[in-house]
Write a protein that binds this ligand. Structure first.
Ligand code: UDP
Length: 458
């Protein structure tokens, strides 16, 4: 046994990769998964991470961890403007990241480093890697279609779609059919110019990299992948879905409430609506009550993730109407954070009411669970439109009102339309499974990625 691990260490020698995640849950999960995937292909993995939102290193004894201080105040870390947070991370991490990397590279004789793989959102790594003459690849944790429309924000401005005018929300965006103006990947809490600047920085740093790794698969996003490949002019590696090779539960920043599973065990086959809006999106008090009443009035069992602090004016369930939970009894189960992948693969789950973060969207597709889409910002809007209109595996919730919610839940859980969505999502699930098998598109793309990285050795 001991000999075997010494052998493995020998084989990995000279095959060290550095990974740097953007410190947000939806980015940490795929970065750690990618680390596991590349480790399984014989590479040694070093993770450089901020102290803020760091994954727990004891869950990954096979990785080396190095921590940098991101120099953010508590207020800065918890601010709702996600674009401003990403920009701050980029400006504050540059120096500590550079120092950490320089030190690691000074040990080069002991263990040469083949390349850095950083999140597309960490565009500051471009200047650092250039200065230290380290090859850099990037990981995009969102879908290709969403990144494609993101990268075209300037064009969309020129064509007059942006800035968005309320009277134009339903207008089709001819260049990006079937997106409508309201599906464009913007964010209400920040000025459009702020977002354009961020996108420019991300796109330029990506184009200057030695290759782009995607958590997606050809069968799902072939057109966008092909266009991005041409536009960006760098090698493209769609090797997803990552979580079907390595689950994300160990990189969860919040503790996952396992009571979900014993509660699901008591529910009927495909009877439960699972409701979660990811790690960042928040609803206001009115929306929170509409969601609660919509779920209650639908008469379906539901499992609802309400993150602490995710509704304004309340720490957790304080805004819930008095007696509401008692009246529901066993029909509703509410937790602060769920083991989402386990939940979605549970036979009792019949639909996922989601914000369409990319990980959630992929996880739902891979478990064959149709979606009710309620996007909040940026790529979620594009993903939701594709789920409903292109892949046909979900419906958009048109209004955050209790009657609409009740009708939508009943439609997907009890009517023919729901059956059709399930048929289509099971079809794509099958493709997602096949693309990872020997000869499949992601399987081959991973082989190409390994060869590409090994070519940096010379
Ligand atoms: N997640 C989880 N438990 C929850 C809700 C979400 O483990 O209760 C995980 C989910 O499986 C996914 C990630 O958190 O891997 C959320 O990523 P996504 O891209 O969907 O959304 P974001 O949080 O970035 O908005």
């Amino acid at each position: 046994m001991e000999n075997q691990s010494i052998n493995q260490m020998e084989q990995r020698k000279g095959r060290r990769l550095l990974l740097f995640p953007l410190p947000l849950q939806g980015h940490i999960n795929p970065t750690i998964q990618l680390g596991n995937i590349l480790h399984s292909k014989g590479f040694s993995i070093t993770i450089i991470t901020t102290n803020f939102n760091s994954p727990n290193p004891s869950n990954y004894p096979h990785f080396d961890f190095h921590f940098i201080n991101e120099n953010l105040s508590e207020d800065e870390k918890s601010q709702p403007n996600i674009v401003a947070l990403v920009q701050l991370i980029n400006s504050r991490c540059a120096q500590p990241f550079r120092d950490c990397l320089a030190e690691l590279l000074s040990n080069v004789l002991e263990e040469p480093i083949l390349c850095l793989i950083s999140d597309v959102g960490c565009y500051f790594t471009r200047a650092v890697a250039d200065e230290l003459k380290l090859t850099r690849m990037v990981l995009r944790t969102s879908g290709a279609t969403a990144f494609f429309s993101f990268s075209a924000l300037h064009l969309l401005c020129e064509k007059g779609y942006l800035p968005i005018q309320d009277s134009q929300l339903e207008k089709p965006v001819a260049e990006f059919a079937p997106l409508r103006v309201k599906d464009l990947p913007l964010i209400d809490s920040c000025a459009p110019e702020e977002l354009y600047e961020l996108v420019d920085d991300m796109v330029n740093a990506t184009k200057a990299s030695s290759g782009l790794i995607w958590n997606t698969f050809e069968e799902l996003e072939q057109p966008a992948l092909a266009t991005m490949g041409q536009d960006f002019g760098i090698p493209n590696f769609p090797i997803g879905p990552f979580h079907k090779r390595f689950p994300a539960s160990l990189s969860s920043l919040l503790s996952q409430d396992q009571s979900c599973i014993s509660w699901l065990d008591k529910q009927k086959f495909r009877s439960v609506v699972y409701v979660s809006f990811g790690s960042i999106a928040a609803v206001n008090e009115t929306e929170f009550l509409e969601i609660a009443w919509g779920l209650a009035n639908s008469k379906q069992p539901f499992l609802w993730v309400v993150r602490a602090g995710s509704t304004s004016k309340s720490d957790w369930l304080e805004t819930m109407p008095k007696g509401f939970l008692e009246a529901l009894g066993e029909r509703g189960h509410i937790v602060k954070w769920a083991p989402q992948q386990e939940v979605l693969s549970h036979p009792a789950v019949g639909a996922f009411w989601t914000h369409n973060g990319w990980n959630s969207t992929l996880e739902s597709i891979c478990e064959g669970v149709p979606m009710i889409c309620m996007p909040f910002f940026t790529d979620q809007r594009v993903n939701a439109r594709y789920v409903a209109e292109v892949w046909g595996v979900g419906v958009q919730l048109e209004k955050r009102e209790r009657e609409v919610i009740e009708r939508t839940i009943k439609g997907i859980m009890m009517e023919k339309e729901g059956e059709k969505l399930r048929g289509r999502v099971l079809d794509i699930k099958e493709k997602a499974t096949r693309c990872l098998c020997q000869g499949g598109s992601s399987y081959q793309s991973l082989d190409s990625l390994v060869s590409h990285i090994l070519s940096f050795q010379s």
